[in-house]
Design a protein around this ligand. Structure first.
Ligand SMILES: Cc1cc2nc3c(=O)[nH]c(=O)nc-3n(C[C@H](O)[C@H](O)[C@H](O)COP(=O)(O)OP(=O)(O)OC[C@H]3O[C@@H](n4cnc5c(N)ncnc54)[C@H](O)[C@@H]3O)c2cc1C
Ligand SMILES: *[C@@H]1O[C@H](CO)[C@@H](O)[C@H](O)[C@H]1NC(C)=O
Ligand SMILES: *[C@@H]1O[C@H](CO)[C@@H](O)[C@H](O)[C@H]1NC(C)=O
Ligand SMILES: *[C@@H]1O[C@H](CO)[C@@H](O)[C@H](O)[C@H]1NC(C)=O
Length: 413
């Protein structure tokens, strides 16, 4: 069995490593340059780490980020605690949560992939994907190169080219929000910041501001805000991404006013310019796809290409890893049973994954609502109280164990 993977973000390399476990060979192609390194940070919940453990990546990244279990919501008025939730637990889920540079996660995946001698081609932009009538797929690249295989997997992100072949109407639209943040040395924070529990989300009147340690020792802190913004073209987004002083201005202008406590003023002023980064991508919404696979059941999309995931649930990368491992298991089944009812297996995989992603999306949008702006201080107080009561009723695991306990190996088709 031969498999082509388009994209070496997070889903693509995870897919390649998961196939390798089944001795299925594949080739990975990415339009990026070898030297590209992603900015920003991700929080990996236990379900993401369990998947990474299965493909031999967890032990390599575990000590390159901040391991934590409790996450707190604080009020911007006086930094008092509104709620505490568990984002991970060694005892309950087998893994804590890990806040880590997204670039490190991706680079480690790519390193392991190359150590396992899986072919990875950079500067390879896939421009077309076709299905032949003799049960193969053909990918065409911008330089004219053509590759034929039994299966093709589009792990090519939110603006996926492969998806446009499966469902041309699924066009991403901007949600009106963008994430801006960077990191700074923890020692630069004032006393109130040194004493404040982290990781935490400070709920302000107009937006929220996150503090997350992001190194193993906790000496650096990633701070991050979600603010309103206008849509731009992809070129303009890239331009803004590279314009560090413009990003600084966005972060500053939202947080210098008296509605925010001192720790937020200082953090948004002292953040290291070179670390600033912007994430418009996950603030794009993609309509639910009619199908994640092509009519012949030989072309697939996974990760952000299949389902844009708002960042408020911290599950975008996790869903990408879960898709990859479960699809690899499905392809391995197809490989074993030559005569297996191919379309049945493919659709069973799809039904199971769509159902899971739908539930995660519902949870994620709840998280987004909590962070929306309040018109008055009274409204802000009411919102805080409602949140306090909600989490009190649900207990510390906040009813999230169905998310964190998920095990890709337990999906039996
Ligand atoms: C602000 C923010 C915070 C987030 N926080 C979290 C978090 O806390 N926890 C979490 O789990 N997730 C988080 N995420 C989500 C997570 O980063 C994404 O869901 C994840 O990166 C998706 O991986 P992917 O491989 O599907 O896509 P990507 O990482 O976007 O990779 C796609 C790859 O495909 C390549 N490509 C695209 N088109 C082509 C083409 N035509 N030919 C060849 N190659 C192509 C690209 O160069 C890229 O390398 C966050 C996202 C954002 C924006
Ligand atoms: C993959 O191949 C190796 C070496 O030939 C073998 O030891 C291993 O059992 C195989 N694994 C699977 C899942 O078939
Ligand atoms: C913060 O404000 C709330 C409500 O106004 C109050 O109950 C609480 O005691 C205050 N906490 C601190 C630490 O001042
Ligand atoms: C931690 O829990 C909160 C509350 O449910 C949630 O909003 C956040 O996305 C979670 N983060 C991760 C990484 O699971």
């Amino acid at each position: 069995m031969k498999v082509i993977i388009i994209g070496s973000g997070l889903a693509g390399p995870a897919m390649a490593l998961a196939l390798k476990r089944h001795n299925i060979s594949c080739k990975v192609f990415d339009l990026r340059d070898q030297a590209a390194f992603d900015g920003g940070f991700v929080a990996l919940a236990p379900n993401a780490l369990r998947a990474l453990d299965r493909i031999g990546v967890y032990d390599r990244i575990r000590t390159q980020g901040w391991n934590y279990e409790e996450f707190r919501f604080l009020s911007s008025r006086n930094l008092s605690r509104i709620a505490t939730v568990l984002n991970g637990s060694q005892r309950k889920y087998g893994y804590p949560a890990l806040r880590i540079s997204r670039g490190i996660v991706r680079q480690t995946l790519v390193d392991v992939l190359q150590e396992q001698q899986i072919e990875l081609h950079f500067n390879a932009k896939c421009v077309q994907f076709e299905e032949t009538d003799h049960s193969t797929v053909i990918a065409t690249f911008a330089d004219g190169y053509i590759e034929e295989a039994d299966f093709l997997i589009g792990a090519d992100g939110i603006h996926s080219r492969v998806r446009s072949h499966l469902d041309p109407n699924a066009v991403p639209t901007f949600s009106g929000q963008l994430g801006v943040g960077g990191s700074l040395s923890k020692s630069k924070l004032p006393k109130s910041g040194q004493e404040m529990y982290m990781p935490c989300l400070i709920l302000g009147k107009l937006n929220s501001f996150m503090f997350m340690p992001c190194t193993y020792s906790g000496d650096r802190v990633n701070c991050f805000a979600t603010v309103e913004g206008e849509d731009r073209s992809r070129e303009e987004w890239t331009e803004l991404q590279n314009d560090k002083s413009a990003l600084y201005e966005i972060l500053q202008s939202h947080h210098e006013n008296e509605r925010w406590p001192e720790v937020v003023h200082v953090a948004s002023k002292s953040v290291d310019l070179s670390s600033l980064s912007l994430w418009p991508n996950n603030y794009y919404k993609v309509p639910e796809l009619s199908s994640w696979s092509s009519s012949s059941g030989r072309g697939f999309v996974i990760g952000d290409a299949a389902h844009a995931m708002p960042p408020t649930g911290g599950q975008g990368a996790a869903m990408a890893f879960e898709d990859a491992l479960t699809l690899a298991n499905t392809l391995a089944l197809l490989d074993q049973k030559e005569s297996a009812p191919h379309q049945d297996l493919v659709s069973q995989w799809q039904v199971a994954r769509k159902d899971r992603v739908k539930k995660i999306l519902a949870f994620t949008s709840k998280g987004g609502d909590m962070r929306k702006s309040s018109a008055s201080t009274f409204q802000q107080l009411v919102k805080e109280w409602v949140m306090w009561a909600y989490f009190l009723l649900r207990g510390k695991d906040a009813g999230l164990s169905w998310i964190y306990e998920y095990d890709t190996e337990k999906l039996v088709l």
